[in-house]
Design a protein around this ligand. Structure first.
Ligand SMILES: Cc1ncc(COP(=O)(O)O)c(C=O)c1O
Length: 394
């Protein structure tokens, strides 16, 4: 049968993290004992108090279409959360609830970008940014950062990347994949550059906000001059271990929020009703209800850093948030290990999968060809075993 796949889909890359997870699953089905450290998914169960509110929502028949931009009660809970955690005042007309933060990001790209508009992506960046921007016919402009600046973009790098076509900057803090957290002073440095470029908008992806080991999380929208030009993206997948429930949201200038609602009205009609009710409960809860997960991630980060630090050739930053380490493994390039020549990070990740039975993700997918991403959203036992295996095959 002939194949009329659109150019749009032909030219799009498959999510590397999902592809690695699929490959690991395939090998597992063949009977291999694979340890999966490739996915960005907390390994905790959803807290019981959130489950209870979902059950109640089913019993109370929250089964009709919801308002396209989300239940008013949920948007109120989001507004309070923005005020409580970020010092941001968003009206309900500035908030849109979507089917995961991934859809929130896609909406914003479709609403703000015209063909040919450039979007600055400090690299490493989250795997989907580049393809989402391209789907909206924008042009991703990568700004490479290395371990020397803790994988953060400097104001000078930002200034140098701006052209008359620049429309947006997208970044995450805490960052997936590097775990880096921008300090207030660092964000102020970037905001200072943007003062001279009033037509550039920022997407601040704060989905790892609570998984932060250094204390205060700062939203760039709260920095002087940034509120009217920032879209603050967040969601419940990571902090509340609710990846499958698919709820994300934005706080944004009203015209962007309106555009996202218009788009959603034609594409999804809004996010799942039961999940939305449960998220009201999640967001209204004090943050200390999820502290046990954050403490556990912190403990595992220290464990993983200690063990990987013993392997010669692994160059590590100290991730301050999220649940990933992003070692620079370029010291292995050009070497032959057990008959396999390692030329790049993809070769290295494949070598670990085939020889150590450990699934990681190549840094190339995140715009950094010298690194691999290792998720520590796994048990201590699995992490110790995985790193022992990695050490053995290197
Ligand atoms: C930085 C970042 N942004 C957004 C998302 C998407 O989150 P959601 O599950 O809410 O779509 C992820 C998920 O991995 C992420 O790591």
């Amino acid at each position: 049968m002939s194949n009329h796949l659109s150019d749009r889909i032909k030219n799009m890359s498959t999510s590397a993290t999902l592809a690695m997870a699929a490959k690991a699953r395939e090998l597992r089905n063949e009977g291999k004992d694979i340890i999966g450290l490739s996915l960005g998914e907390p390994d905790f169960n959803i807290p019981d108090f959130i489950k209870e509110s979902a059950k109640q929502a089913i019993d109370e028949n929250f089964s009709s279409y919801t308002p396209v931009d989300g239940y008013a009660e949920l948007k109120k809970a989001i507004a309070l959360k923005f005020k409580r955690d970020n010092g941001l005042d968003y009206g309900l007309n500035q908030i849109v609830v979507s089917t995961g933060a991934k859809q929130s990001l896609y909406n914003v790209a479709m609403v703000v970008l015209n063909p040919g508009d450039e979007v600055i992506l400090p690299a490493p960046y989250w795997v989907s940014y580049s393809d989402i921007v391209k789907l909206a016919e924008g042009v991703p402009v990568e700004v490479s950062t290395g371990i020397d600046t803790d994988f953060k973009m400097t104001p000078a790098q930002l200034e140098a990347a701006i052209t008359p076509k620049t429309r947006m900057i997208w970044f995450s803090s805490p960052c997936n994949p590097s775990g880096s957290v921008y300090s207030k002073a660092e964000l102020e440095g970037l905001a200072e550059v943007l003062k001279n470029h009033p037509d550039i908008y920022v997407v601040s992806d704060e989905i790892y906000e609570h998984i932060n080991f250094v204390g205060d999380h700062v939203s760039i929208a709260a920095i002087d001059g940034m509120y009217d030009r920032t879209v603050t993206v967040n969601g419940v997948s990571k902090a509340f271990a609710m990846t499958g429930w698919r709820i994300g949201y934005i706080g944004a200038p009203e015209w962007i929020a309106k555009g996202c609602t218009k788009l959603q009205g034609q594409v999804t009609s809004g996010a799942n009703s039961i999940a939305q009710r449960a998220v009201i409960t999640a967001l209204e809860a004090p943050v200390n209800k999820i502290q046990y997960m954050i403490d556990e991630f912190h403990k595992r980060r220290d464990l993983v850093l200690g063990l990987l630090g013993e392997i010669e050739g692994f160059n590590l930053n100290i991730p301050e948030g999220a649940f990933y380490v992003f070692p620079d493994i370029s010291a292995f390039f050009g070497k032959t290990l057990n008959g396999t020549t390692i030329n790049n990070a993809s070769d290295f990740a494949l070598y670990l999968l085939e020889n150590a039975n450990v699934a990681t993700v190549t840094g190339e997918a995140f715009g950094n060809p010298n690194c691999i991403r290792i998720s520590y959203a796994a048990s201590e036992k699995e992490l110790k075993e995985a790193i022992a295996r990695i050490k053995a095959v290197l």
